[in-house]
Structure formats: structure tokens, C-alpha cells
Ligand binder design. Sequence first.
Ligand SMILES: *[C@@H]1O[C@H](CO)[C@@H](O)[C@H](O)[C@H]1NC(C)=O
Length: 530
Amino acid sequence: MKILGALVVLMLMHSFYDLVDAQGSWQILNRNAGIACMHAAATHYNTLIMLDRTNTGPSQIRLAGGKCRNQPLERILKNDCWAHSVMMNPVSGAVRPLTVQTDTWCSSGQFFDNGMMVQTGGDFEGLRKIRTLKPCPPEGNCDWMELAEPLAKGRWYASNQLLQTGTRQIIVGGRNEPTYEFYPKRRAGEGAYYLSVLDGCCDNLYPFVFLLPNKLLFIFANKDSVSLNWETGKVVRKFPTIPGNPRNYPSAGSAVMLPVSYTTGFTRGEIMVCGGAANGASRTNNVGAACSNNCGRIVATAAAGGWAMENMPIRRCMGDMINMPNGEVLIINGAMNGFQGWGKASNAVLNPVNYNPNAAAGRRFAMWAKTGIPRVYHSTASLLADGRVIVAGSNTHQFYTYTGAFPTELRVEAFSPPYLGANYNAYRPAITGAPIALKYNQVFTMAFTVGVRRGAVTVYQNSAPFTTHSFSQGQRSLHLKTSVPVRAGAGWSMQVTAAPNNSLAPPAWYIFFCVQNGIPSKGKWIKQNN
Ligand SMILES: *[C@@H]1O[C@H](CO)[C@@H](O)[C@H](O)[C@H]1NC(C)=O
């Protein structure tokens, strides 16, 4: 009887864990991070840069050491003692105030190869500014610097992408600015270049920009997209218009490049665009308009072919799409009605959904555990090396406002996907050996331990993007070639082949994950060199 009882309890526990693990779980990391997080980026020191606008008036965290910012052009607080950016340690949840000098509202950013964040544009006095932050360990005191050199044009709602050298980025679009430019400039006095796909009437800000394996840039605005040879300025292919609604700000769709894999010789760059507001929603101020539930996929490296459409289980505006450690895609945050803007959305989507691009059509989406905290306009989602997704921000008000349907959200939450669940502990690999830096095509040894060896082992290499307004600028994931693991001491070892060239992986810090049967290890930061 006793044994039977214990067995039943065990079986019940098992199914309980199965249920929890099947949908993931949520944990609050910090109940008051001091700022609402409009922009976020995870650094190779495993910290999170969080950034808001400066013209919000008081935040809930003061600048350190009694400092105040004196900015005569600032429109709300000319003598401002409040921080509008913080550095978070996602292990402890602790935050440290950072100092921003000019308005970062709806700005953009990207890491350079040396790990330095370059952050560009914003509103008003910040419109043509370039700021840098060289990250440091959690106990360090790194902070923002502002450069004297301005951008060629004002950039508000632009997107940045690191280019092949790892030391230059392209900055694309912005309000009333259908052009792109480079930082650093390619020659003294270089200006901006017109690009017609950016020049529509609306719903084309924060364009989706990806560096393709064939060295061209994919640039998507509203419903249209092109591939651009940025070296010559020539548009190589104009892609068919995506069916359905417009996808860019303020329509609030999102996009990823699906993992580029050795299985296709690293030649296939496929873009996936999901959700967004209904046609004309923002122009007609139709705040109740139902958001789109569809996604389109297009092979942007192919000479022909169009969009393959499929439906998400929930419709969504202001979702964030994330390349996950195991090659899948998470769609998280957002709302079911409305569009981007202050007070323009309702019906928060509390459940993330997961998309497995390798599953059969009709079986790719899974609905995951819901949070209790709505994340609508001006929220972010960032993948951490430990496999969690950190979710922050949401402020649909001009100032910090703690009343109403969607109060300014200062809480930071972590979503642990099902792969972090306890019943996968035995199957989760741990990387025990790998180089700290790689050259292209380098064959290197990765050592790992795992409780139970079961199924295929693969390696994914993920970039560290800059996330804002439902798009993670510079996000990419590579699926690397591996040998069959062999026994090595108490663990296993295999040979991994690094990416072939800098159009696949521009020099930068990347997170490498060892994945057994869909269950990823904690990631290891490795520097990809040129
Ligand atoms: C980079 O590698 C990809 C995949 O092998 C290839 O298609 C592309 O031509 C390469 N680019 C350059 C500049 O060599």
C-alpha cells in the first residue's frame, strides 16, 4: 500500500512537472527597477543595459552621488537628478543608475566587435547624437559617453545593423528621413543615402534590417522589402509585398531571421515577420482594431519566390520575436487590439507563443505560460545567456503614471522557457570547455557534460541585439556543424566548425549554446574574430 501510495505521488508529481515544464514559468526579478525600459541589450558581462527617454520627468531612481544633469535643451526637467538608464545584474536583480546626457526617445543601437554599445539618435536635442557605453562586470562603474561628432541626419525611430568588419554599423531610416548612413562614416563628410522603400506614407518606422548570408542587407518597411548592396547603394531585389497589414511602427509587427544553418551551406537567409496593427489603424485612430494573427516567411537570399503565410494561435501587436538558444522563435509581449502610441492599445497578450520552424506546418506554434503583468507599448524582451528571457518596461503614458489600465511598469520579470524545467535537468548539457575566441571556419573542440545522453547534440551561436519597439536590431542565430560527441573523461567532446565568414557572423561577442534534443545548455560568450 505504502509503495503504491508513493508511486501515485511520484506519478502525480511527474505530471505536475510535465505540465509546468511544458509551458515555462515566470519570476519577478526586481519590483522596481527605477525606470520603464524602452530599450534593452544584454552584454557579454551578463548584465542588461536598460534605457528609457530622458524627457519623462522624474523616474524612481536618482543619479549616483547626488549628481544632476544640467541640459538647457531638455524639455521637462532642465536640472534633472533622476536616472533614465540603468545597468541590471539579472542574477541578483540589482540595478545601478547610468547617466544619459541627451534624449534617447525612440533611438537605436548596436554592439561593435569589441563589445561597445553604440547608441544613436533620439528626440529633440538627442536627434543627431551618438552615445557609447563600454560594458563592464556587474560590480564595475561603466557609463554612457556622448560623442561630439553628430549623425549626418536626425534619426528618430531608426534601426541599426552591425556590418561585416564589426567596426561599422548602418543606421537605417527614421521619421521623415528615408535614408541610411554609416557610423563611423566611410570617408570624412559622408552624408546619407536615399532608399525608396523607406519613403512610404506610414507604418514604416523602425524598419526591419538584417545582414543576409549573401552579404546584402534585407530592409523591410510597411509591407515592402528589398535587398540592398550597401557597398554600392544598389537595390538587388525588390521582394513581393507581404499579404495583409503593414508591419512597422506604429503598426507594431516584429521580425526575425530564422537560424542560418550549415545544413543549407549557410546560404539560406529566411525572414519571418509576424503580427502588427490592422490596415490604417493609426491613421484613423482606430484603437479598437484587431491586430493581425498572421506571419509571413520569405527566403531573402533566393532570386525568386514570395511570402508563405501562416497563423499564430493569438493575434498580436507589439510582440517581440526572439531567436531562442535551440533554434526556435519566441513571440512575447504586446496586445490584441490597437497600435503603438500612448494609450493606443488594449487586451494585453499575456501568453508567449513558441514557434518551431522545423516542425510540420500546422504544428509549429505552442502556447506557453501566461504572466500577470501586461507589457504593451515601450516594453522589451531580451535573451540572457542562462536561457531565460528578461522582460521589462511598458509605459503607454507621456510621464510616469501609476494609475489606469496600463500603469507605467517598473517591474522586471524573467520568463523561463520549458527547457529550463526541472524534469529536463538530466538532459540539459553544460559546456565545460570551448575557446574564448574564434576565427572563421575554425574547427574547435567543445566539451560538455550531461546526465543522460539522448538524441542529437547541436550548437547554436546567437548575437546580442539591441531591442526596442518590438524589434531586436542586429539579432541573428547560426546553427553550426558538429561531429558526433564522443566520450571524454567524465563528459563528452565534439568538433564544431565556426561560421564561414563575416556576412554570417560579423565580428562581435556571441552566445554559444550546446543543445541536446532541443534542451540548451547555459550559453558561453565567445568572441568571433575577423
Ligand atoms: C560567406 O559564406 C556563405 C556561405 O558559405 C557564402 O554563400 C558567401 O558567398 C560567403 N561570402 C563571402 C563574401 O565569401
